[in-house]
Design a binder for this molecule. Sequence first.
Ligand SMILES: [Zn+2]
Length: 412
Amino acid sequence: MTSSGELAASVARRVGETIEIPGIVSAHSHAFQRALRGRTHSGGAGSFWSWRGLMYRVASSITPDDAYAIARLAYLELACAGVTTVGEFHYVHHQPDGRPYDDRLAMSEAMIAAARDVGIRIALLRVIYARAGQGAGPEGAQRRFSDPDVDRALQDIDDLRGRYHGARDVRVGLAPHSVRAVPPAWLTHASDYAREHNLPLHMHLAEQPREIVECLNETGRRPIELAADLGLLSPRFVAVHATHLGPGEAALLGDARAFVCVCRTTERDLGDGAPDLTSLRSSGAQICFGVDSHALSDPFVEARAAELDERTRVGARAVAMSGSDLLLASARHDSVGFSRRDGGRVSLATDRLSFCAPPNEGKELDDFVAFGASASSVHGVVAQRTIDPKRVELTQAAQVRRAYIRTVTRLI
Ligand SMILES: [Zn+2]
């Protein structure tokens, strides 16, 4: 009840013995990294950069068939957890030596096919990649990610858009990888193209302290300042991570109504620090969430981690996002170019030991779901088709797992 005695509207609602919430979007995914789950935690102290070495080993050898097998399992797992739309930040494009496949879009097509076969929507956020760093060409696995010039990358994006023009379940967006991997002149070009065609523009931004130092050395500006100066920021822009903010950078994102995609499980897994969610929220930045490295695939854990980690950071409770805020941010399908209205829905069963006796309605119901539900609470998902997690286990799961295990055993 509100102070005036009226029930506050909730995002979640009771439907018989279940609770229904909007379909969930995971706005930042690298599906092939699902192959690394649980395999990067030993070997002594490390960092993002040592983890990246392992990730590059897989990236340097996967084929389109491998990418499909891994993505199919990764997306099926997400779908059974309530995700109806994925934003795939896709960067392994070419053959291991850097030459394009006969079909230049073979790897993108593998990701789209995996999402369609599972029955979820996909935004293929085609990565643009140029270099190892300032003045250094692509090295090793990076040759698979890179194009000789920005127009060649934009041509591929044009071709993808042509193939999926009018498709209800596929969107195409641009993803300049980071300020480290993409020079400022390419960023301007990519941003112009995204504006001209009204496409989502996603970018890893302010993820690593080393990235900030290198950007300052190259341009005299921090990454978010540079993005603002180059005119990248808008409500179509998604800054992935925004972990290391300088003074005034939250305001730059907020003034532009840009998104920040928070991926707490991966950020924690990599020891990357936590964003200043309170400043981002109060400045007006929009928030969405991502599974990123697929270190874990539970969108409920992912969403509440944003608020819980902010509580840890500032030493207080209920600081940045309420349960209702978390559920709404979990359903920002517009962050990847889809309408917010037709994102499907998720029903949660209340007959589970871990998720029983919810309040009837109101903000308390939203809090109960946002802070108490998990992937195992999901009873059914209406995505591009109806997905029943229990039935998936009995039917498709074994075959999808077998194909995945065959692939991962060979790769790792
Ligand atoms: Zn990422």
